[in-house]
Structure formats: C-alpha cells, structure tokens
Design a protein around this ligand. Structure first.
Ligand code: HDE
Length: 726
C-alpha cells in the first residue's frame, strides 16, 4: 500500500497511544509472515478441513473451519430499505466563494480549502443487486468530513419529493417496492400498488412529472443534478438565519438515456453506471459537480404563493438565482465496497455549527429515521465508529459500551458532568464553535393537520410541463403510457388519467388513448387516437398560462435538460468498430482526438487482442453493445470494412445508434460499411441528409465535427425507421 493511501486510511482513526493499536486491530507482523486466523494465529492449511482419516468425517474440533464458516455465514447485513442499490467514490469539495455573511460553518467560509467527501449514488426501489438503470429517482448523498465534524447532504437527483409529511413515507415505499404477495416487479414503479397510492395522493403530482421525465434515466452519475430538496438554514456570527437550498450541477452537463436504451442496458450491463464511474476514476478521470445555493430570507418567502417548508415545491430560479460556491471532485474509488459503500450511514442530522433544519414536516420525519435505521442495518449504536462513518476530527464524550464498540477508552468516567479523571471533555460555548439550534419562535396548538399553504398540488406540476421542450414532453407522455399500461386495475388507470387532466388535458388525452380510454380533449388528439405522443406535443400553444404556487411564472428555467447548453464530451464513451485489417493509424488518431477532449474511444474487435493493422481490442463487438456507448465510429481499412459488412452485430450497432439519436461516423473505407449497412437500406434517400441527421462521413477522421456533434448528446428528430421502432 502506498504511503499516501495508508495515510488517507489512517486519517479515519484518531485514537492515541497504545489503545490506538488495539483499536485498529493492526498486527505487528508483516504480511510475508503469512496467513492467520481472525485472532492472529498463523495457519498451516486453509484448504483442507480437519478429518478423522483422509476419507473420514470432519471433526467438531476444527476451529479453523468453524471460524471461517462462522464469518462467512454472517457476511451479509440487511440492505437499505430504500436506496439499496448504490455506488460511491471519494473526493473533495473545494470552496470557491465564502458564505461568511450567512454562516459560521467553516466548510462554507474557508475559500480554497479542500474538504474530503464520500459520495454515494443510488436508485430507490430496487434491491441491492438490481440493475443500475431502471426508471427511478436517484439518491445523491454527499458526506463532507469537515474540520467541525461530518456534514451530510442526503439528497436526490430531483428537487422535490412525493409527499409532504414523513408519516406517509412507509406507505409510499410499500406501494413502490415489489408487491408483497409475489415480490414483483423488481426496481420498477410500473405496477398497481404504486399508481394506486399515487392516484390517491395528489400532492405527489409534481414529483411524478419529474419521475416520468428523462430525469430518472441519467446517462451516467456525472450527468445528473443533485438537490438537497428541503429548505435548510444557515446561521451567521450574529445569529441571523438565512434559508438555503442546495443544488449540485454536473460539470459535464445534464443528460439522460432513452427508455428503450435503459431497458437494454439493464440486461447488457446491469452495472453500467457503477462501472462507468469506477473505470473513469480508475483511469485517472474525475466526476465533478458545482455546488450552488439559493439563499433567501423569511421576508422573501412570505411573499410567495407556495410554502418553503413544502418539499413538493421548488423555488424557481427566477425568484432566487443560483449562486455557485464551490466544486466537488470525485477522484478515488473505495478500496472495499462493503466496508465503505455498504457500511456508510448518511444522516440528514449531520450538520455543523452555523447550520440548522427547518420545520419541513418531511424533513422532520427524516431526522428520526436515519439514525434509527442503522441500529438494525449496521447492528447497534456504534456504527458511527466504523471507519467510513467516523469524522476526521476527534470524537470526545463520555458515552461508552454497546454492540461492537471499537474504541477502548481508559478510566472510570462514563457520565457527565464528572470531576474524576480530569472531568473532561467539556462543552464548548456557541461563541467558540459549539452547535446551537436556531432559536425560532414557536407557538401553536398541538394538532395533526397540514397547513393551508401546502394545498396547491398542480401549479408546479404545470410549471414543470410548461418548461419542457417538446421532445421532453413526448418522453414524459410515453413514460406515463408505459407505466400505466402495466397497471392491471382499470380504476387505478382511470384515476391517474383524472389526475393528469388537472395538469394538462393533452397529456391526459394522450395517456388515455394508449390505455384504451376516451381522450379528455378531443381537439388535440387525432381521430381514432394515437399512442405516439410526438406529433401532438408540437401542437401545444406556445403561450402556456401562468401557473399557481410558482411565484406567478408560466415556465421556469433550469427544469428542462434540453434547454441547457451542451458542455463538451468529457467522460463519454465512443465505440470504434474494427476487424482485422483495420487502419491502426486512423484508430490511434481517433482515440487521441477523443482523449484530448476527455472522452474515450473503445476499440471493439471481432476478436479480443491485437488486430491485424495495429489496433488493440479490449472488448468485442459481440460481448458489448451499442447501448453502452454514446456514439459509434467505423474507421478505415479495406479488409476490416469488408469483414464488418458481413457482421450482423456490426450492422446492429449502427441501427441502435440511429434509433437512440447517437452520432454515427464512418471514415475512409469505413464509409463502405455505412453505405452498405442495413441502416442505409432503411434510410434510402434520406441518407442524402446524413449530416443533419448526425451521420458523418469523410475520407479521413474529421474529429472537430464529430466532437461538436457528440457534445449535443442526442440528435432528436431523425425520421423514424418503422422496422426498428419500439
Ligand atoms: Fe431517505 N431514507 N427517507 N429520503 N434517503 C434512507 O436511510 C427516509 C427522503 C435518501 O446513500 C434510509 O441509511 C424517511 C427524501 C437517500 O446511503 C432511511 C423519509 C430524500 C438515501 C430513509 C425519507 C431521501 C436515503 C434507508 C421521509 C431526498 C440513501 C437506509 C420522512 C431528499 C442514503 C438509510 C445512502 C436512505 C428514510 C425521505 C434521500 C430508511 C423516513 C425526501 C439519498 O433511513
């Protein structure tokens, strides 16, 4: 292990003296001394159990066998009830702009300081072994190991939530998870119980619009945004409170998969997103986000027609602009998945002095839950001492004991106040950095009731719809059609159409038609109805009405992904199709041009290893698939081109790339593959417009043009090829 790495790991330990060695369970032996059991005894045979005679029974006395199997039998812990499927990386957060005016928190005031972070991305519904790319909300949990203790932003990739009150969370999750009688479906909201609950919970309408949009199909972890969701407080040196919302903005831009592609990836590579992050970081790359905040006062909040304590509402950027204050860079993979990614326990109650909660009733429910859940998941109250959960600063209090206590504290004092053993540690006054809650004035009756200010459930759902580009509306509409068509109970489907009608009659009609129900707005649906949302989406009047609960806006910026400008091609993956005889020099030039932009060209050969012509294939055309790449290039080399023309799998790459709006390029003799492809046959005359369709070709690689096309991410609006439509 390198010195640096060792130091980084030891950074999680802060006991002193002799106790430290015991607590770390380090052994004075060097590795070459050999294998031991779990108590440090050297082992002479780890491959044969102890038997009475070589063909005889195994003896109960075989403590080595028993110890090994005892450990094995208990190697699984309960998975998270939600967000079980996840993957994480280490890195740092660097503050670029101080929020000193608003908070005393050092992590938000010490400009230039790099605070270590551990960030975990997850899906919500699926089990721990479920695929990475279902249609699902993504968790976005960031732990900052600050000099003042751990700070966790346990957020999602969607800025709002399904429910307004924590008491509904178990019901939401039970409805979403596989149905209890047969435990199906896995990692999918497309089933009766979920939509039954949603149709009876109008407050979820804004969230389900986001959920059915492309937001729940992120391409990579680093092409999705993150949000703290709730309104939090910052508190400055004068004790003044300012409200804050947190936003993570991916440096590589926001983009998504298409649904057909997502579904295929679940089979072709269920670890697709986890693998992409791992490989990028392993090869020296990074995943990066800017941290932006929205800061506002009570006086401003009082003017708005929605409640800042309601987690089903955003604060439109038009009301409070985003202010970028720093950057998070993920640059180190965990050493061990279980010890770090599985055992990390985030909790929204991890705040540092200068921060506080608000009365958001959803957040209030979370404040209890995250601590509670770890008791069973991680097995007791000392889960906070696991290396990944410990703060980097000293922990000092007189709490002792409990399951799996890691630290060994000397002395007789396990209470406070104490005068024995020096009486320490002492509390720290607020003026010297001690945590204090904001002294908010509270008065009122004790009751079970929701505030009137939480009652608008459709305004922001409309705002979201209005803010999308036509292609995004089309996808959203198709997602509703897909999900609800999987619902077997008709009254649940109809109840959902009723809800959608309150958002937009066109949307409701399009969905209704696909479900075999009468459209809700005849004029906007073709006679006979159509299940294709495309054309009708274009018919929408440009001027949508002002929406309620949005500060008087018609549409808001930042909601559409398509409207955000392209941000280069960093971390994108390009498939280079090759066979023996490929033009190796051209392949090198293509790869270098991509690498210069931070992207990667992967040679897919007809076989692994060195191809005649010089390129090396680490993957094959048949062991991989187009859905795992962002674009495809067919390079030159006459023999290679001739072989690819005969390769049905190679043809499929071009068809799939076309279908999913991905750039296609052919250079040199590779152009013959394109011209002779199944794709060309289906396109016919339309190949004349190839460039405008994102199909590029030239005698030599024209990489500037290719990079520009790839930066657009998708080429929408390609003429549909009926034979490969889904
Ligand atoms: Fe969570 N949530 N949640 N949640 N949540 C958990 O904690 C819970 C909510 C979120 O990467 C659990 O350690 C309640 C909103 C993420 O390890 C559990 C309520 C948001 C993660 C829990 C909510 C989230 C969790 C399961 C309503 C977005 C993964 C295991 C009151 C802002 C953390 C665990 C990780 C995990 C409870 C609502 C995000 C059971 C009761 C809103 C990203 O404690």
């Amino acid at each position: 292990m390198s010195k640096d790495k060792e130091a980084a790991q030891l950074g999680h330990h802060h006991e002193t003296g002799k106790t430290q060695d015991l607590a770390r369970n380090t052994t004075p032996r060097s590795e070459k001394d050999g294998m031991t059991d779990n108590f440090g005894h050297l082992i002479s045979d780890d491959l044969n159990s102890l038997k009475a005679g070589v063909r005889g029974p195994t003896l109960l006395e075989d403590h080595l066998l028993r110890e090994k199997i005892h450990h094995f039998d208990h190697e699984r812990i309960p998975e998270r009830i939600v967000h079980a499927r996840g993957s994480a990386a280490h890195g740092y957060f660097e503050l670029k702009e101080s929020l000193e005016q608003y908070t005393t928190a050092k992590v938000l005031t010490e400009v230039g300081k790099q605070t270590p972070v551990f960030t975990r991305f997850s899906t919500v519904a699926g089990f721990r072994g479920s695929p990475d790319t279902p249609r699902d909300v993504r968790g976005f949990s960031v732990r900052f190991y600050t000099d003042e203790g751990n700070w966790d932003i346990v957020g999602n990739n969607i800025p709002v939530f399904f429910i307004q009150d924590g008491i509904k969370f178990p019901d939401l999750v039970h409805a979403l998870k596989p149905e209890p009688h047969h435990e199906m479906p896995q990692a999918a909201s497309a089933h009766d119980t979920f939509w039954d609950f949603i149709s009876l919970t109008p407050e979820s309408m804004h969230m389900v619009m986001w959920q059915m949009s492309d937001r729940t199909l992120p391409r990579y972890f680093d092409t999705m945004e993150g949000f703290g969701v709730h309104t939090f407080r910052l508190i400055n040196a004068e004790g003044k409170s300012t409200f804050v919302k947190y936003h993570w903005k991916p440096v590589n831009g926001v983009h998504s998969l298409v649904w057909d592609e997502s579904q295929k990836i679940m089979g072709k590579d269920p670890d697709f997103q986890r693998r992409s992050m791992w490989e990028t970081i392993d090869q020296g790359g990074t995943y990066e986000w800017d941290l932006a905040v929205q800061l506002f006062s009570q006086e401003e909040a009082d003017k708005w027609d929605f409640d800042i304590l309601d987690a089903t509402k955003i604060i439109p950027e038009e009301l409070v602009p985003l202010k970028v204050i720093g950057r998070m860079v993920l640059n180190r993979n965990p050493d061990n998945f279980f010890a770090e990614t599985e055992q990390v326990g985030y909790k929204p109650t991890n705040l540092v002095p200068g921060m506080d909660f608000t009365n958001d009733p959803l957040m209030q429910g979370r404040l209890f839950s995250y601590l509670d859940t770890q008791l069973i998941r991680l097995g007791g109250p000392n889960w906070q001492q696991l290396p990944i959960n410990r703060p980097l600063v000293q922990v000092a209090n007189n709490q002792r004991d409990g399951f799996m206590r890691q630290t060994i504290e000397p002395g007789r004092v396990s209470y406070h106040p104490a005068s024995l053993d020096g009486g320490s540690p002492q509390e720290v006054p607020v003026s010297q950095g001690g945590f204090a809650s904001y002294p908010e004035q509270i008065s009122g009756e004790k009751l079970r009731k929701r505030a009137e200010s939480f009652s608008d459930h459709y305004g922001q759902a409309k705002l979201f719809w209005n803010s999308l580009e036509p292609i995004e509306r089309k996808h959203l509409c198709k997602a509703f059609q897909f999900e609800l068509s999987k619902v077997e109970t008709r009254h649940v489907r109809v109840a959902m159409i009723d809800q959608l009608e309150k958002i937009h009659p066109l949307l409701a009609s399009q969905v209704a038609v696909a479900l075999g129900e009468a459209p809700r707005a005849d004029k906007v649906v073709k006679p006979g109805g159509t299940a294709d949302c495309a054309e009708e989406m274009q018919l929408l009047a440009q001027a949508e009405a002002v929406t309620s609960a949005s500060g008087g806006l018609t549409k808001a910026q930042g909601l559409s992904m398509e409207a955000q400008p392209p941000k280069g091609i960093r971390n994108r993956m390009v498939a280079i199709l090759a066979a023996d005889g490929v033009d190796g020099a051209q392949v090198d030039a293509i790869k270098q041009a991509l690498e210069a932009e931070g992207a990667k060209g992967e040679v897919l050969g007809q076989h692994l290893g060195l191809l005649d012509g010089g390129a090396e294939a680490k993957k094959t055309i048949s062991n991989s698939h187009m859905v795992l790449f962002d674009a495809v290039i067919v390079p030159g080399g006459a023999k290679s081109a001739a072989a690819l023309l005969e390769d049905g799998d190679a043809h499929a790459y071009l068809l799939e790339a076309y279908k999913h709006g991905k750039p296609i390029a052919a250079y040199g003799e590779g152009q013959q593959v394109l011209q002779g492809s199944d794709l060309a046959a289906l396109l016919g005359d339309q190949l004349g417009n190839a460039k405008s369709l994102g199909i590029l070709s030239a005698d030599a690689p024209a990489m500037a043009e290719f990079v520009q096309t790839l930066a657009q991410h998708r080429i929408w609006g390609r003429p549909q090829l009926k034979r490969i439509s889904n």
